[in-house]
Design a protein around this ligand. Structure first.
Ligand SMILES: *Cc1c(COP(=O)(O)O)cnc(C)c1O
Length: 398
């Protein structure tokens, strides 16, 4: 049986056996903050001066990680009252924005009381925010999220250029901005997010240019410059065989050529690109078995902890995440194995027919590129196994 390829192992993790945390009790996610800090530094060096960097916390909302990231970024973007609470623990309200459709009145009230910016997703939500602000006797801080009339090419999740629950149609934004200002809001600007997980450098460059142009058009229609334009992000990371990283320096340089088209403050908001490669999921081999010539390694966690690695979160075709036998990374591949979790469902497949050194019961399997959309994006309650622990390391070295 021919093995199937798996994705590229990030260079920082080419030899796990030397790292003490590899002996932690499993199942566990380990996040190396030194890698997050180095991504943020590289991004800042690549971006034009003055472009603010926001962290979209739904990628990884672990409180210890948020506390470590907050001092290194200019803002946090949240998408629920629960996330807003975590963000307010580590960041001033004026640097937090709250997006997402279906904000309940209680969430809007909490945001207005705290001084968090609401990224308004519809006319109706804008009117509710004005009414709640009036009841409270407080001036709501409102930005308008735009449903762009284009989408990010090569993006795993498309968020623009089509009918969408997110944002206000581009042609209707200027009118809404005027109504919000007349209604008493402090207008905080525009939020334009066109897609996620793109590895196409040219597509990201084109999308950022189109985003600046759209913001300029809306500013002209509204006859007001937005205080801030949040350009979105959508930068992808390599997960699968053949994936190549984005050229962040080229993206930053190209963005520098566009910003003069609208004189304002800019931000980009990233989740996955900042934290995704910093995380490793570790699970231990409980059993080995052979069925009809195929060898299975059964490990102590699976889709209940790491839905994305099983191909059931945001991917159309199941492909293999980067994977290794943690203590045997320097040994040659000896056998082809399928790695499954302990859940009683055939969906629970962490790696499909990969060639690895021989792993015995008790050995640790590592799944890389696991720092974003891992633990918090998995159905932990499904089948009643214990949750994975989450461990932040590398704070002292950042
Ligand atoms: C999810 C989300 C992000 C983060 O996307 P990544 O692909 O993780 O960078 C940013 N902005 C908005 C509005 C989002 O919904």
């Amino acid at each position: 049986m021919n093995p199937k390829a798996f994705g590229p192992i990030p260079p920082e993790f080419r030899d796990l056996s030397a790292l003490p945390w590899v002996n932690e009790a499993t199942p566990v996610y380990v996040y190396d903050f030194a890698i997050v800090a180095s991504r943020i530094a590289r991004l800042r060096a690549a971006l034009p001066a003055g472009v603010a960097v926001h962290y979209a916390i739904k990628a990884n909302p672990l409180p210890a990680l948020l506390a470590a990231v907050a001092p290194l970024v200019d803002g946090l973007d949240v998408a629920s009252a629960g996330e807003m609470g975590k963000a307010l623990d580590v960041m001033a309200a004026g640097a937090i924005s709250f997006a997402g459709p279906g904000k309940r009145d209680a969430e809007i009230e909490l945001a207005i009381r705290a001084g968090v910016t609401l990224n308004v997703e519809s006319e109706g939500e804008g009117q509710r925010a004005l009414a709640i602000g009036e009841q409270l006797g407080m001036r709501p801080r409102l930005a308008v999220r735009v449903n762009p009339d284009f989408e990010l090419r090569g993006s795993g999740m498309k968020m623009g250029g089509r009918a969408s629950p997110f944002g206000v149609e581009a042609a209707q934004v200027a009118g809404l901005v005027k109504r919000l200002i007349i209604g008493g809001a402090e207008w905080r600007g525009l939020h334009i997010f066109a897609g996620s997980q793109s590895l196409d450098t040219l597509a990201v460059i084109e999308t950022q240019a189109a985003t600046v142009a759209l913001a300029a058009r809306i500013a002209e229609e509204a006859r007001r410059a937005p205080p801030l334009v949040n350009l979105g992000g959508g930068f992808g990371i390599p997960y699968f065989p053949g994936d190549m990283p984005l050229d962040i320096e080229a993206i930053g340089a190209a963005l520098g050529e566009e910003l003069h088209k609208l004189d304002t403050n800019y931000a980009i908001e990233l989740g996955r690109w900042l934290v995704g490669e910093a995380g490793v999921y570790l699970a231990r081999v409980i059993d080995r078995k052979v069925s009809q010539g195929e060898t299975f390694l059964i490990v102590d966690g699976g889709l209940n902890h790491h839905l994305a690695a099983t191909g059931n979160f945001g991917t159309v075709v199941r492909r293999n995440y980067p994977v290794a036998v943690a203590h045997r990374m320097q040994e040659p591949a000896e056998e082809t194995v399928t790695i499954v979790g302990p859940l009683c469902t055939p969906l629970d497949r962490l790696a499909d027919r990969v060639a690895l050194p021989k792993a015995e019961v008790g050995d640790v399997i590592a799944i890389f590129a696991s720092g974003a959309y891992g633990a918090s994006a998995s159905p932990a309650a499904f089948l009643g196994h214990p949750p994975a622990r989450e461990l932040l390391i590398g704070r002292d070295h950042a």
